[in-house]
Design a protein around this ligand. Structure first.
Ligand SMILES: Nc1ncnc2c1ncn2[C@@H]1O[C@H](COP(=O)(O)OP(=O)(O)OP(=O)(O)O)[C@@H](O)[C@H]1O
Ligand SMILES: [Mg+2]
Length: 453
């Protein structure tokens, strides 16, 4: 017979215990009984029950103590109180404390059956709901990418599909919004995942060096080439290569890249042999390649060859729903989840411009976790630049029902202007003061106030 659930009966009257046991075993439940409150509490501490049925009045620990123990250590278990006539007040009290229902002594068998079956059904439903909730949560992340906004969800839908193909992908989006994470996910979810994933930032190598990095060189091909060197395209054979900041690739190198994209063939620097590889190419940029094409610094044919599958990462400010989720993640990472933002500090985060996107958010969490002693981070714990940037990109914040910190905003603006004037005057305080229509003394005082050297 199927086991419909585990029930603990806590009842000091032996005959009652036995009647309940026979009745409920007959219904298909597994029954464990305890002969008083103390015994019941001990079992609750050691075991897990779907339902606990407890008498209210017992010598020693009573039903209330049993109820409290269940709420404390096993809050998903359902508690049903057994009440005698004349204890209506304590029954109400028990319901307030979280008892699910009660049965009267002496019992009516049908009533008990009904109550227990209903309770079990309720428990099963609530378990299903929490499983569903977990399922929703797990789709809020693919590999290491977190997000629940519709645009991220769309991306999560696309990434596994795109990972199955070998077409070139162009990942675009502002700095810090997760382009590298997407590239890594595309590799890790592909059949190439056991081969190399290599990343190169095209902006960090001067032209000639970038070519040898990508394609390798032959010993003696230039001064310093003392031995043959494999390029990243060879290292990434059967794997994936990410060409980051692709807009910075020198025009002179672009035809060579075009060739390897078209047929997988290239030559090492100084070499004459054609080398054939099977590499999936991903490219990323935070620049608008159309501008680079218009400027003449990027080949249009290369752009089309790279842009076979375009993936655009939306900036964080366009998906504020993702912010609480990311905060959870980073607070966990940096404080083990022991610290969190106060509701007002969270509102400030939600409205922030996040020019540096998720990277900026991550750095900010790391910083406030380090600098704040308490477990709750308040608006005044946030660094000044935070307000400075907030007053820049998005315009000044609105005054809504939770209000703003005027002093902090004004200080932010003030500091911003002091720095701007100093920059324009090449560090001359006298000139900077003039630019701001301030006396030298007043200017110097303000620098001192903000600790600007
Ligand atoms: N959706 C996200 N979920 C979790 N972490 C993220 C997410 N997006 C970005 N990050 C984190 O933010 C940081 C920056 O991400 P990444 O390096 O992928 O940005 P990027 O778009 O390549 O930026 P850049 O253009 O400056 O190179 C990384 O530490 C990354 O782990
Ligand atoms: Mg990057």
């Amino acid at each position: 017979m199927e086991n419909k659930g585990r029930i603990l009966i806590v009842e000091d009257e032996k005959s009652m215990r036995e009647v309940l046991k026979i009745l409920l075993e007959d219904e298909g439940y597994e029954i464990i009984s305890a002969s008083d409150g103390q015994d019941g509490i001990k079992r609750i501490e050691e075991d897990i029950f779907d339902i606990v049925i407890t008498d209210i009045k017992m010598p020693g620990a009573g039903g209330f103590e049993v109820l409290k123990k269940v709420k404390e250590i096993s809050p998903t278990s359902i508690v049903i109180m057994i009440t005698a006539f004349g204890t209506i007040e304590s029954t109400i009290e028990a319901m307030k404390l979280g008892a699910y229902d009660y049965i009267h002594k002496p019992f009516k068998i049908d009533e008990i059956r009904l109550i227990i079956n209903k309770a079990v059904e309720k428990k099963r439903l609530s378990e299903e709901i929490s499983v569903l909730r977990e399922k929703v949560q797990t789709t809020c992340r693919i590999e290491n990418i977190i997000g629940k906004s519709p645009r991220m969800q769309e991306l999560f839908r696309l990434i596994p599909k795109v990972a199955q193909s070998s077409s070139t992908v162009l990942i675009t989006g502002e700095s810090g919004c997760g382009k590298e994470l997407v590239a890594a996910a595309l590799h890790n979810l592909s059949t190439r995942k056991n081969n190399n994933f290599v990343t190169i930032n095209c902006a960090t190598f001067p032209g000639g060096l970038l070519e040898t990095e990508l394609f390798g060189h032959i010993k003696g091909s230039f001064t310093g080439a003392v031995r043959n060197k494999e390029g990243l395209f060879e290292i990434a054979d059967n794997g994936t290569i990410l060409l980051d900041e692709i807009a910075e690739m020198p025009l002179s190198l672009q035809p060579k890249l075009l060739r390897v994209l078209e047929n997988g063939i290239f030559r090492r620097v100084g070499g004459v042999a054609d080398i054939t590889v099977n590499v999936r190419v991903l490219a990323a940029t935070n620049r608008n390649l159309a501008d680079a094409i218009a400027e003449g610094s990027f080949r249009e044919d290369l752009f089309y060859r790279l842009n076979v599958i375009p993936l655009h990462m939306p900036p964080l400010r366009e998906r504020p729903e993702d912010i609480p989720l990311l905060l959870d993640h980073f607070f966990h990472k940096f404080s083990g989840g022991s610290k969190k933002l106060s509701p007002n500090a969270l509102r400030i985060f939600m409205k922030h411009h996040w020019k540096g996107n998720v990277r900026e958010l991550e750095n900010m969490v790391e910083r406030v976790v380090l600098l704040t002693e308490g477990t709750i981070i308040l608006p005044e714990d946030l660094p000044e630049e935070f307000f400075l940037v907030a007053s820049k990109g998005t315009g000044l914040p609105d005054v809504d029902e939770e209000g703003v910190d005027l002093e902090k905003i004004i200080e932010g603006i003030e500091k911003d202007y002091l720095l701007k004037a100093l920059a324009r005057s090449n560090g001359s305080k006298t000139d900077a003061a003039k630019l701001l229509n301030l006396t030298f003394r007043s200017f110097r005082h303000r620098l001192y106030k903000f600790g600007i050297k």
